[in-house]
Each structure stands twice: as structure tokens, then as C-alpha cells.
Design a protein around this ligand. Structure first.
Ligand SMILES: Cc1ncc(COP(=O)(O)O)c(C=O)c1O
Length: 117
């Protein structure tokens, strides 16, 4: 169960804190909420370590460490140091180094510079 605890933070139901009744609780941190942030914000919380790990990965579209996706079906860009076919999700179909030499070369040679705004 995913609990919407945006208006219930700090409340109790049958002796249990709201936000701890299901597997995951979501909170809007919009300033009008019980727990407001300065501006827009939100969070999802859990006591379940496996769900927490999955939520961390979902937050970054499947990336566990920087540049290393653990989730299948997530598109990536070749300017990352690890081309998509060498990421863990692509090991199951059997891709290996050398299968896409252009992508491997591009991942070693392409530089991505952050721009703002
Ligand atoms: C109970 C509840 N859940 C979710 C939301 C959505 O919050 P947000 O607009 O920050 O996504 C609201 C906002 O009014 C709310 O009252």
C-alpha cells in the first residue's frame, strides 16, 4: 500500500503514526501542507530496506551508481563513460564489449559539459 501522507504528517490511526501504515508513504512538502518546505517539494519514505533501495534507483531512472544502470528498459546516452549495451541490464541479452564499437569509442571520446540555464 502506498499511503498519501501529505495532510496526515504527525497524525495517528489506531495507535500507529500515519505514514507507517503501508509499505511507502508519500508527502507533498508544498508550503500549505503539515510539513511544508520553502517552495515545492515532496518525498517518499519507507521502513523497508528493499523498497528503499528500489525507490533510490527509480529516483535516478535505474542508475545505482553514477553511470551504471541496474534497470532494464532505460535509455541512456552514449556520452556516458559506459555505453548502454555494457550496463548490467544488457548483460542478460548477452551484449559484450566489441558488439557496438562506435558506441564504445564515442563513450570514451565524447565530453558532455553542463550548461546553465
Ligand atoms: C493529500 C494530498 N496529497 C497530494 C497532494 C498533491 O501535492 P503536490 O501538489 O505537492 O503534488 C495534495 C495537495 O493538495 C494533498 O492535499
Amino acid at each position: 500500500m502506498i499511503e498519501d501522507n501529505a495532510q496526515g504528517f504527525g497524525a495517528e490511526y489506531k495507535g500507529k503514526k500515519t505514514g507507517s501504515l503501508g509499505g511507502i508513504a508519500c508527502l507533498s512538502l508544498f508550503p500549505t501542507k503539515n510539513l511544508g518546505a520553502y517552495g515545492e517539494g515532496g518525498m517518499a519514505v519507507t521502513n523497508d530496506p528493499a523498497l528503499a533501495e528500489r525507490m533510490r534507483r527509480e529516483r535516478t531512472h535505474g542508475w545505482k551508481g553514477k553511470y551504471f544502470s541496474k534497470k532494464e528498459g532505460v535509455s541512456t546516452e552514449v556520452y556516458y563513460p559506459l555505453p548502454p549495451h555494457l550496463a548490467e541490464p544488457c548483460q542478460k541479452p548477452g551484449f559484450k564489449r566489441g558488439d557496438f564499437p562506435d558506441a564504445e569509442r564515442a563513450s570514451q571520446e565524447t565530453l558532455a559539459l553542463p550548461l546553465y540555464p
